[in-house]
Design a protein around this ligand. Structure first.
Ligand SMILES: Cc1cc2nc3c(=O)[nH]c(=O)nc-3n(C[C@H](O)[C@H](O)[C@H](O)COP(=O)(O)OP(=O)(O)OC[C@H]3O[C@@H](n4cnc5c(N)ncnc54)[C@H](O)[C@@H]3O)c2cc1C
Ligand SMILES: *[C@@H]1O[C@H](CO)[C@@H](O)[C@H](O)[C@H]1NC(C)=O
Ligand SMILES: *[C@@H]1O[C@H](CO)[C@@H](O)[C@H](O)[C@H]1NC(C)=O
Ligand SMILES: *[C@@H]1O[C@H](CO)[C@@H](O)[C@H](O)[C@H]1NC(C)=O
Ligand SMILES: *[C@@H]1O[C@H](CO)[C@@H](O)[C@H](O)[C@H]1NC(C)=O
Ligand SMILES: *[C@@H]1O[C@H](CO)[C@@H](O)[C@H](O)[C@H]1NC(C)=O
Ligand SMILES: *[C@@H]1O[C@H](CO)[C@@H](O)[C@H](O)[C@H]1NC(C)=O
Ligand SMILES: *[C@@H]1O[C@H](CO)[C@@H](O)[C@H](O)[C@H]1NC(C)=O
Ligand SMILES: *[C@@H]1O[C@H](CO)[C@@H](O)[C@H](O)[C@H]1NC(C)=O
Length: 550
């Protein structure tokens, strides 16, 4: 077997002979590689840690966790000059130290599900990807009901691993099993258990991260401000999260999942109008979300209708659920035949639409096929009227070639009881539900893509009067570049009043804005520069503005 040193040198020489247009390792690039290998040489790992664009493996590694192919051919974004695939925390430290030293930026990727591709493409920075896919161990402490989860693990791996240890533990996080812990937990994380247990971030009790100086910090050494920002503020602005310690959530041995589907003729509009009042106020063991879309009407050729699916989970048996539904939502006509009793882990499959498959499917990191998607989000604070709902649905029916989906996910429950400032995720009491507008397509040509994107924007415009205002809120994990690149504009939308504290912490822990992307939290100094307040001050007092700029 090759010695570690000769192996490293072999990789180095492959990389240094590389010579393609995007991948041409010029001086910065070469010195990064030397620096990185110097820092990691004692490692006896035989795993390849670096991928240069001039190698065939680069493309496969680059694409490995990408879920949105919309950015792959984009002319407005660039790809990484190198991909680093750490197998040890010390490799992450080396990547930060060496990229800072040699003028490269870093994009961190855990599950690669970022809605705007910000973990793997950039609008201008020369950067490396630190891809955490190999750092994905999950260590469960059954006795204390906690687990340390490395950032590169997927939600499917988390759910599978904890449930394997104990059938009555679950975790409150999102429905898609291939989403990564690093992006998802650090941006909030909502799912079927969040009405009972809050967001994923609400259940984090410790963390380990690499800061801008390459140091590894935990909750105690980073301090409470720093620990606060990485639980909903998006960790990408603040460092590289290595792992989170989470408190596991109790789930009963038997849960009941169900779907009730209604079309317009089956009173979908009345029922969904009613759901807006009921869904957020239900028993917190019951989660009913509504997924609606336009379909061809089977019974009227050439006509369109709406299909609204009440996609639901109850933390208890069918018998108990029948009582709850009978008293809180009798209009839905729910009956015993609609019940599917199962373990909580099987309910994860149900929500991922993998019912009937073995639970090991959750360990498969490459489930989906390649497609493009675009999404946006809104929060609803006042129920919309039946007439309004019909207007929104008419838009969906008229958009014949547009694969638009509406996900309405109920808030309420314990989400109402947590203070807006407890974590950076501010969407608590007063929010009835979140809407996610979502569309996906297979075509890769610009024309089709542009058409879809413009319909999405039209729908968003149509919704303006019916959703939250001042600011019109949006959920960070459903990242939307249409909200702009100006922090003063998107900041309050994602974070409300928490934005200021995020910028304050940023200016303490990363004052020179090393960790950045198109929508990352800026340090307060550069934030000031954007505000009209500063412009006014500049007019009155040129010296102050000079100071601010230097
Ligand atoms: C199919 C699908 C289903 C989804 N379902 C849900 C859902 O049910 N509920 C929900 O709340 N959200 C859901 N999401 C949204 C999801 O939570 C976000 O896209 C999330 O940010 C993805 O995390 P990731 O690690 O997979 O993504 P990545 O693309 O790896 O990262 C996302 C962002 O976080 C940064 N980041 C990633 N890892 C780290 C790290 N270790 N340290 C610092 N920064 C890091 C990246 O740089 C990037 O800015 C879904 C997304 C998809 C595509
Ligand atoms: C790098 O690219 C050049 C041509 O651009 C090619 O000759 C060379 O073999 C490549 N090296 C590797 C390691 O792929
Ligand atoms: C390396 O390439 C980048 C662009 O690809 C360029 O901005 C930079 O100046 C180059 N550095 C050197 C030393 O050639
Ligand atoms: C490499 O490290 C592993 C532990 O991580 C150890 O078991 C093994 O003996 C080491 N191999 C060499 C060649 O040092
Ligand atoms: C990670 O690296 C550190 C320091 O270089 C080393 O002590 C440790 O054994 C490594 N861990 C693994 C799992 O290889
Ligand atoms: C399983 O988890 C429950 C809480 O969800 C706990 O009460 C029980 O003791 C655990 N069982 C084992 C064997 O760890
Ligand atoms: C189709 O829709 C039109 C307009 O809404 C309606 O008048 C007509 O009755 C529908 N056709 C059928 C067969 O239901
Ligand atoms: C679930 O998967 C089946 C195929 O297995 C597909 O036909 C159906 O449309 C999917 N449903 C949803 C809601 O994605
Ligand atoms: C990228 O562009 C090429 C050539 O135009 C095309 O063949 C390919 O399908 C495109 N891929 C994606 C993912 O858009």
């Amino acid at each position: 077997m090759a010695s570690p040193t000769s192996l490293s040198l072999a990789i180095l020489s492959i990389l240094l002979t590389a010579n393609s247009t995007i991948g041409s390792p010029n001086a910065t690039h070469e010195s990064f590689i030397r620096c990185f290998l110097d820092h990691t040489r004692p490692s006896n790992s035989s795993a390849q840690l670096l991928y240069s664009p001039n190698t065939t493996a680069y493309d496969a590694v680059f694409r490995s966790s990408i879920r949105n192919i919309r950015f792959l051919n984009s002319s407005s974004t660039t790809k990484p000059v190198l991909i680093v695939s750490p197998t040890n925390e010390s490799h992450v430290q080396a990547a930060v130290v060496c990229s800072r030293k040699h003028g490269l930026r870093v994009r961190v990727r855990s599950g690669g599900h970022d809605y705007e591709g910000m973990s793997y493409v950039s609008e201008g920075d020369r950067f490396i990807i630190v891809d955490l896919a190999a750092l994905r161990s999950i260590t469960v402490d059954a006795e204390h009901g906690t687990a340390w989860v490395q950032a590169g693990a997927t939600l499917g791996e988390v759910y599978y691993t904890i449930a394997e240890k104990n059938r009555t533990v679950g975790f409150s996080a999102g429905a898609c099993p291939t989403v990564g812990v690093g992006g998802h937990f650090s941006g909030g994380g909502i799912g079927t258990l969040s009405r009972k247990y809050g967001t994923a971030a609400d259940n984090i009790v410790d963390a380990r991260l690499v800061d801008v100086n390459g140091r590894i910090l935990d909750r105690e050494s980073m301090g409470e401000d720093y620990f606060w920002v990485i639980r909903g503020g998006g960790a990408a602005s603040f460092g590289i999260v290595l792992s989170y310690k989470i408190e596991l959530n109790y789930v009963p041995p038997i849960v009941t999942a169900f779907n009730v589907i209604k079309t317009l003729k089956q009173d979908a509009a009345k029922l969904v109008t009613k759901w807006q009042q009921i869904g957020p106020n239900l028993d917190e063991n019951l989660y009913i979300r509504v997924i609606s879309l336009a379909i061809d009407d089977d019974e009227a050729e050439g006509n369109r209708t709406i299909q609204a699916m009440f996609n639901s989970l109850y933390l208890g048996t069918c018998k108990e659920l029948l009582t709850v539904m009978g008293s809180s939502f009798p209009e839905l006509g729910f009956e015993a035949a609609d019940c599917n009793e199962m373990s909580w882990l099987e309910s994860v499959l149900f929500f991922a639409n993998y019912s009937g498959r073995p639970t090991e499917v959750l360990l498969d990191r490459k489930l989906e096929f390649d497609f493009s998607f675009k999404a946006k989000s809104d929060f609803v604070r006042e129920p919309v009227t039946e007439t309004t709902l019909e207007e929104i649905w008419r838009f969906l029916m008229e958009a014949k070639d547009e694969p638009l989906l509406l996900f309405m996910e109920p808030f309420g429950g314990v989400l109402n009881e947590i203070a807006e400032s407890a974590t950076p995720f501010p969407y608590r009491k007063g929010n009835l539900y979140i809407i996610q507008y979502y569309m996906w397509w297979l075509e890769t040509d610009m024309e089709t893509t542009e058409r879809h994107l413009s319909w999405m924007r039209k729908l968003y415009a149509l919704m303006t009067p019916y959703v939250s205002k001042n600011p019109r809120a949006a959920y960070l994990n459903y990242k939307d570049i249409d909200l702009g690149r100006t922090a003063n504009v998107w900041g309050p939308k994602y974070f409300k009043n928490n934005f200021n504290r995020l910028a304050y912490v940023k200016s303490k822990v990363d004052p020179h804005n090393f960790f950045r992307n198109e929508q990352s939290i800026p340090p307060i100094k550069s934030l000031d520069k954007d505000t009209s307040l500063t412009r006014d001050r500049e007019r009155e007092n040129p010296e102050v503005s000079h100071d601010l700029k230097s």
